[in-house]
Design a protein around this ligand. Structure first.
Ligand SMILES: Cc1cc2nc3c(=O)[nH]c(=O)nc-3n(C[C@H](O)[C@H](O)[C@H](O)COP(=O)(O)O)c2cc1C
Length: 172
């Protein structure tokens, strides 16, 4: 196995949720990309991050956008995850949405929406790391997330959920 493939395999042991991150480019076109690299960064100020492949066609629009929306996908939205992962596909076909901050699309049925303004962009090797400042958010309780693990979609087993114990009152 090549060193790159074994690195990717090792990284895929980290289970994540799946988000579609959307924005409106400077010329008004809506862009959206499926991403597992979303994460929380800071509570004060409220910051989140995600990283975009430098080869992504949506990158120029994301870089110029006046804001983005993070749409956290539910278990029922696997088809949307696939739709927004295909470059040059018709990503917006039959996607019910409204418009949020900076006219970034908010996808209906998402578990949570985080509407962000650009805060920072950093070099991340073959990716660009975007840090967004959350200006508005909403969340829906009681539905399961779409989970990505070892290159496959998964669902959470409810029976396996237990409260962790922490020495410090951190936000996780
Ligand atoms: C589960 C999953 C997670 C992904 N995570 C990322 C990511 O974090 N960053 C990224 O740049 N691409 C990620 N991709 C790939 C992009 O979704 C895909 O390359 C992109 O939508 C192509 O968009 P384009 O039209 O801008 O080229 C992921 C794909 C899937 C299926």
């Amino acid at each position: 196995m090549s060193p790159e493939l074994s690195f990717r395999r090792a990284l895929s042991q980290f289970a994540t949720g799946v988000a579609v991150i959307t924005a409106r480019g400077a010329t008004g076109e809506a862009v959206g990309m499926t991403m597992s690299s979303f994460n929380s960064v800071s509570l004060d100020p409220p910051l989140v991050l995600f990283s975009v492949d430098r080869r992504a066609l949506s990158l120029p629009a994301m870089r110029d956008a006046a804001g983005y929306a993070v749409n956290i996908l539910s278990r029922q939205q696997e088809a949307l995850s696939n739709q927004f992962a295909k470059a040059l596909g018709d990503k917006w076909r039959d996607v019910a949405h409204s418009l949020g901050h900076a006219e970034a699309p908010l996808i209906e049925g998402a578990l949570a929406h985080f509407e962000c303004e650009p805060y920072a962009q950093h070099d991340g090797g073959d990716h660009v790391i975007f840090v967004g400042r959350v200006v508005r958010f909403s969340a829906r309780e009681g539905e399961s997330p779409l989970v990505f693990f070892r290159g496959k979609y998964c669902a959470l087993a409810e029976a396996g959920q237990r409260e962790p114990t922490w020495p410090l009152p951190i936000h996780y």
